[in-house]
Ligand binder design. Structure first.
Ligand code: GRG
Length: 291
């Protein structure tokens, strides 16, 4: 796994540099400063999935970097908005004060909005994909993944569940998380195949299992994690009396389910043979991570 950690760290620094370069082209403002702050740090796992998926399909690394920066801009926006008082009301993210705490709510909303549009600007450029058809596919699939049929829908269902009288069932939580967390992960893993105009089915199966394992690991981390390593407040689910994979399956059951999903994710990569080693490592990483 040490070569995986080195590859992830190297990818993270290239993706962040690309994203910061793009943000720096905007006129100087408090919103620009907040965008740059929100884009800093984190694992950049989604961007890493884009780069690996692109490598498997023979896409040039510089081209793939554009889409990797775009998905990390969308992810950063989602975290800034998720942390707002109207949503999760968090004061700590990636070990630092959240954007609305460091600036104010209006700046955090606007920085999230601008990261969101910046992502689509990156994907719409000629350099984002080899053909106009592939570029359009990247954009429209991102609309589905990030919007009202994907991440936003999952987030809305999560918020509604907090106010509901009855806790969600396992099937409902699984569906909710497929939108809230899974949709961006799926987009990332399929992006390289989309750029190449190739079949996305194996990577879709990989990403669906990976996304669910990622969310189960997040629920486990909320209970067992170290807040300093995680860089965010923990035990929020229990405090909110929220139904999670852990509350429904138990801690051991949730961990066993996550391990099964990692096995499924790894198996789904069989068409790519040994070339998909780093994606297999990424699946192991999501359930072993401390942050
Ligand atoms: C505001 C529309 C909207 C959606 C928010 C991302 C999200 C949806 C909510 C975040 C809440 C949360 C903790 C979800 C669990 C999974 C998750 C997205 C964790 C954070 O992602 P990581 O671990 O973070 O990849 P880093 O900091 O490494 O980028």
């Amino acid at each position: 796994m040490s070569s995986f950690h080195a590859a992830l760290a190297e990818a993270a620094s290239r993706i962040e540099a690309r994203l910061q370069h793009e943000i720096a082209t905007l006129p100087e403002s408090e919103v620009r400063a907040a965008m740059a702050y929100a884009a800093q740090g984190g694992k950049k796992l989604r961007g890493f999935l884009v780069l690996e998926s692109a490598r498997l399909h023979g896409i040039a690394p510089d081209m793939a970097l554009q889409a990797a920066a775009a998905i990390e801009a969308i992810h950063a926006y989602s975290l800034v908005h998720d942390d707002l008082p109207a949503m999760d009301d968090d004061d700590l993210r990636r070990g630092q004060p959240t954007v609305h705490v460091k600036w104010d709510e209006a700046t955090a909303i606007l920085a999230g909005d601008a990261l969101h549009t910046l992502a689509f600007g990156l994907l719409a450029r000629d350099e984002a994909a080899p053909t106009p058809e592939a570029r359009l596919d990247l954009v429209t699939s991102m609309v589905r993944a990030a919007g009202g049929a994907g991440m936003v829908l999952g987030q809305a269902r999560d918020i509604a569940a907090e106010a509901a009288d009855t806790p969600l069932s396992l099937a409902q939580i699984t569906e909710l998380q497929a939108g809230k967390t899974g949709a961006l992960i799926e987009w990332s893993a399929c992006a390289g195949a989309r750029m190449a105009g190739a079949d996305t089915s194996a990577l879709t199966r990989y990403a669906q299992a990976l996304g669910l394992a990622f969310q189960i690991a997040d629920d486990v981390l909320d209970i067992e994690g170290d807040a300093d390593l995680a860089g965010k407040r923990l035990h929020k689910d229990a405090q909110a009396n929220k139904a999670t994979f852990v509350s429904l399956l138990g801690l051991d059951g949730a961990k066993a389910r996550a391990r099964d999903l990692v096995r499924c994710a790894r198996d789904a990569l069989s068409p790519y043979g040994s070339r998909a080693g780093l994606l297999r490592d990424a699946a192991e990483f999501v359930i072993a991570r401390q942050m």
